[in-house]
Design a protein around this ligand. Sequence first.
Ligand code: AMP
Ligand code: MN
Ligand code: MN
Ligand code: MN
Length: 276
Amino acid sequence: MNFDLHCHSNVSDGALPPAEVARRAARNGVQVWALTDHDQLGGLAEAREAAVAAGMRFIAGVEVSVTWRGSTLHVLGLRIDAQNDVLAKGLASVRGGRIERAKLMAQELKDAGIDGAFEGALRHAENPAMVSRTHFARFLAEVGAVNEMKDAFRKYLVPGKPGYVPHQWAALADAVGWIRGAGGQAVLAHPGRYDLSAAAMDALLAEFRTAGGEAIEVVTGSHSPEQYRQFGAIAAQQQFSASRGSDFHGPQEGAEFGSLPPLDPALRPVWRDWGL
Ligand code: AMP
Ligand code: MN
Ligand code: MN
Ligand code: MN
């Protein structure tokens, strides 16, 4: 079966409403599909209805923003109970402060010669409270400050560049605890994207496991084929389950549904005990 367990709608930083994301996934051959908006559960009801109508199995998901040793990490929660109160409250606390951060980001961009970034980013954000670097990247591409969105994450918006404002997200153990408390499985998202030494990655994986984390994302739009092998090997050696998801955000923005290879069949998939 074709699993895609990571993507975004315009409830967070995706470009399309949840139902459109669902139909696009189904059109591209996805059979078991999770919506995993950042720090938000607001799209799940619409996504579920559209997914079922399109003939897919639906998995309720979320992608929690975490600060670990000063780095930003993402932890996916899969098969969560979207009604769980502790999870909802935890996510609400993580979501806070994005507007204030966006104002500071815009001020830095203004100092770098780019005006109107706050209003410009908000124009791309369906939900202003969820304004993110992705919305700034869309704005920067729109005004020609960069040729394409991914360049915005090289020239701007990253540590050491204008428009990067550090933010305190959830603690790792809290994020994993909320997910597990809501009956979900915790998956470390796109580990290849983190700028960590091998020793720090080992420490992260050890802490993640202790907190109750059980899987790492191996095949994702954020990884190169070399990284599929690298993190597949880490999953196998350290007995983590493996996950697969495009991290689709929008048309012509990174990976598309149905474009990634399957997981290596030698790996234990995160869905092994889902009874599908
Ligand atoms: P924020 O939560 O506001 O810090 O924004 C993080 C979002 O920016 C991520 O969820 C990605 O969608 C996007 N992002 C971060 N780094 C990159 C990158 N190197 N390339 C493309 N998108 C990125
Ligand atoms: Mn995103
Ligand atoms: Mn992510
Ligand atoms: Mn994501």
